[in-house]
Design a protein around this ligand. Structure first.
Ligand SMILES: NC(=O)c1ccc[n+]([C@@H]2O[C@H](COP(=O)([O-])OP(=O)(O)OC[C@H]3O[C@@H](n4cnc5c(N)ncnc54)[C@H](OP(=O)(O)O)[C@@H]3O)[C@@H](O)[C@H]2O)c1
Length: 321
């Protein structure tokens, strides 16, 4: 058995390490003397890890050149809905009509997965289930960005914007790479012969994954509604673009339940993939450190801005972090 990582797994591992380092460096920087904050490297680092409300209000002009409106977040999900929707269609056609993947996709997967197809081209049912859940997740997020969230004039760095666009492309390819290298471990039945009802092919682990996905999605949706209500009146009209202290529900336990929900959504996808896929747990590792960084910055923002911010509230994980 080879323990080497392929290109896609190496990429997720490196991204996880990158965000782990960012969390570590940021945490250490909190204890450095004030003078260190004047170093250009420190300023650039802070500008690259922060976005939205956690970005410093007073920033050099040269840094503001790279600003992109945060309300453009919907671009990420629009790209994802199109791209991952296309991949779902390609997979379903492969299952239904034994139609081969387009050559450009086959070549890309061969490069990223480090292997050629092992079981024909038709993907496992678990993979298609993950693809569909990723698509549903991004469709919901797109709708929330467009119709639920109330954005202020917050900004993100152009590097974060480009990364966000590429992120969901990579995610979709990751599902197919994993599928290519798996023998259906964790999937109860592999696809041979006539296509049986999808539900008969999903086991207990997958069912737990789907339930967790549904619950975490609801948690994220409710949290984003709570944040939107901080800016709207009873009529639904926007009254302010200020940042206020959220409260109620999971906000009583953590500052960012929507980030916790994001982490749980990716963990749930890992379960739907069978729960034993190294590839998917590397993705979860990346999301953990990515959301941990965002949550810590958000938590520190609330604590510095609001004197009466609840002391018992954690950043991301109730009672722990
Ligand atoms: N998988 C990933 O790699 C990844 C990366 C990033 C985000 N995400 C997910 O994307 C979702 C959105 O993330 P985000 O970082 O944009 O969340 P966010 O900063 O909390 O913003 C969500 C919405 O709430 C508003 N808001 C935030 N705090 C507020 C407050 N205290 N008072 C009033 N309004 C407030 C924001 O407005 P303004 O910020 O415009 O003021 C925005 O409209 C999250 O669920 C997150 O998990 C995923």
């Amino acid at each position: 058995m080879s323990v080497g990582l392929n290109v896609i797994e190496t990429t997720w591992l490196l991204l996880g390490i990158l965000f782990f380092l960012a969390v570590s460096i940021h945490t250490i920087s909190l204890y450095l003397p004030y003078e260190c904050e004047k170093f250009q490297a420190f300023i650039l680092f802070q500008d690259l890890i922060r976005y939205g409300k956690t970005k410093k209000s007073k920033r050099d002009t040269w840094l503001r050149v790279f600003d992109i409106p945060k309300r453009w977040f919907w671009h990420f999900y629009a790209v994802s809905v199109l791209w991952n929707g296309l991949l779902v269609v390609v997979s379903l056609r492969a299952i239904q009509w034994d139609e081969p993947y387009p050559p450009w996709l086959t070549d890309t997967l061969s490069f990223l997965a480090g292997s050629s197809a092992t079981h024909g081209q038709a993907p496992h049912v678990c993979s298609v289930a993950v693809q569909v859940l990723v698509w549903i997740h991004c469709l919901r997020r797109l709708a929330e960005c467009l119709y639920v969230s109330v954005f202020s004039d917050g900004v993100i760095h152009v590097v974060q914007y480009v990364f966000g666009l590429g992120y969901y492309i990579l995610l979709g390819l990751t599902v197919l790479c994993w599928d290519r290298n798996t023998e259906g471990k964790g999937c109860m039945v592999s696809l041979e012969g006539p296509v049986p009802p999808v539900l008969t092919q999903l086991g207990v682990v997958q069912a737990a994954g789907v339930l967790l996905f549904a619950w975490a999605s609801l948690l994220q949706h409710r949290s984003l509604i709570t944040l939107a209500h901080l800016r709207t009146g009873a009529s639904g009209a926007v009254e302010t673009l200020a940042h206020r202290v959220p409260s109620g529900g999971w906000f009583e336990l953590v500052s960012c339940p929507h980030y916790l929900a994001e982490l749980l959504i990716y963990a749930s996808l890992s379960l739907v993939s069978g729960g034993v896929s190294l590839t998917w747990w590397l993705v979860v590792l990346y999301v953990l450190f990515n959301q941990m960084l965002a949550a810590l910055l958000c938590h520190q923002f609330y604590r510095s801005k609001f004197e009466s911010y609840p002391q018992h509230r954690k950043a991301l994980i109730p009672f722990i972090l």
